[in-house]
Design a protein around this ligand. Structure first.
Ligand SMILES: *Cc1c(COP(=O)(O)O)cnc(C)c1O
Length: 373
């Protein structure tokens, strides 16, 4: 059996260990320290637009805090893109709020502006004005930022921008992660860069960042003893992991280039197969191509390719199963036109790591071509 090819595995740049060593040498092993501040500044500089960043223990935790900061509480409704990873939606339920799912449009695979507006009008008329909107740049492809945010502004509903998969992507040359009232990033092991596990909350409003850090460190009041007037969390990133993040930020642009190269390789190699299609970048959008995805004509063809790869020790993965089809969420209100369900049936994510070698890509494409012929 040939060696395993993973869907998306960690890819260190080389300088991470020196930051980690520094943390050890100065005994900044305990939470907080210079790497945390340094990592936050690195991200702020990278994203631009005067954002403020709080480094946290996960993207999921960042969404949880973000929704809390936007005022979501028990009984509220939150509109959420259905076609996403479950972590976009789960924190809504941590707060005792209810998700209302919105289907995607076919050009970016992200939240449909048309269905979003329909949902807002319908929920307002039933007496439940949504408290927030969770948007997602899925697989690194920006959503229709202008249309979505125009609607959110019209109805004065804040947006939590889930940019977990889109660090390095841009919309109209502006970085994803700078559009929402609050945005979040993830540095989980399979993301474009990793701290082995981690996330960040991003906002143009400094009060949000400060409050996020307060809540992420057990919400301790200013007093010599331990006093609490609010429920806190233990969500801060550790100084050791932030050291990994500092090293990873130095190679982020290389990682984006490598993932985009993977995507280009797949599109060129599969051009002869008319039945295989890709998600092109709409005008003005730049995707980090976190995962390279293909659409096949049917569930059967998708499975044929996936199983053929699996037999050769190559990991691939169906596109995300929409939240409104998940056993845990299928009873929730959903505004759907079948788009994401169709993508889920026919789509497959191909190995996309920035550390894939030429011979890995050749090995993968050979199997796909055999499966298709
Ligand atoms: C990975 C991911 C998250 C969660 O991030 P973690 O750091 O793993 O908690 C949230 N949303 C999306 C779309 C993701 O892909």
């Amino acid at each position: 059996m040939q060696s395993k090819i993973w869907l998306s595995s960690p890819h260190m740049g080389g300088t991470e260990l020196s930051f980690v060593h520094e943390a050890f040498d100065t005994n900044w092993v305990a939470p907080l320290g210079p790497n945390v501040t340094g990592f936050e500044e690195d991200i702020e500089n990278y994203l631009g637009h005067d954002v403020n960043v709080a480094a946290l223990s996960s993207g999921t935790g960042a969404i949880h805090l973000g929704l809390k900061l936007l005022g979501v509480s028990a009984g509220d409704e939150v509109l959420c893109q259905s076609f996403t990873f479950s972590a976009s939606a789960n924190p809504i339920t941590y707060l005792g709020a209810k998700p209302v799912f919105i289907d995607s449009e076919p050009e970016t695979w992200n939240m449909s502006p048309k269905l979003l507006e329909e949902a807002i009008i319908q929920r307002i008329s039933s007496g439940n004005k949504p408290k927030a909107i969770v948007t997602v740049h899925l697989y690194g492809m920006p959503y229709k930022v202008e249309e979505i945010h125009a609607i959110a502004n019209d109805y004065e509903i804040p947006v939590l921008e889930d940019s977990a998969e889109a660090l390095g992507s841009t919309y109209g040359s502006r970085a994803c992660g700078t559009f929402g009232d609050i945005a979040i990033l993830s540095f989980n092991g399979n993301k474009i860069i990793t701290t082995s596990g981690g996330g960040a909350l991003v906002s143009k409003r400094k009060e949000y960042r400060d409050k996020a850090i307060f809540l992420a460190t057990q919400a301790r009041d200013k007093a010599v003893h331990y006093q609490h007037s609010e429920i806190g969390h233990n969500y801060r990133m550790s100084n050791v992991l932030a050291g990994i993040g500092r090293g990873q930020m130095q190679v982020l642009d290389d990682r984006v280039a490598a993932r985009r190269n993977n995507y280009r390789f797949y599109t060129e190699q599969l051009r002869e197969f008319d039945e295989i299609t890709f998600l092109d970048e709409p005008y003005g959008m730049f995707s980090n191509r976190w995962l390279s995805c293909i659409l096949t004509p049917s569930y059967e063809v998708r499975e044929k390719i996936r199983v053929a790869l699996e037999l050769e020790n190559i990991e691939s993965r169906p596109l995300w199963k929409p939240m409104h089809l998940q056993p845990i969420y299928q009873k929730e209100v959903c505004f759907s036109d079948g788009t994401s369900e169709n993508l889920f049936q026919r789509g497959l994510c191909l190995p996309s790591g920035s550390n894939l070698m030429e011979q890995d890509l050749e090995r993968i494409i050979k199997i796909i071509k055999i499966a298709l012929s």
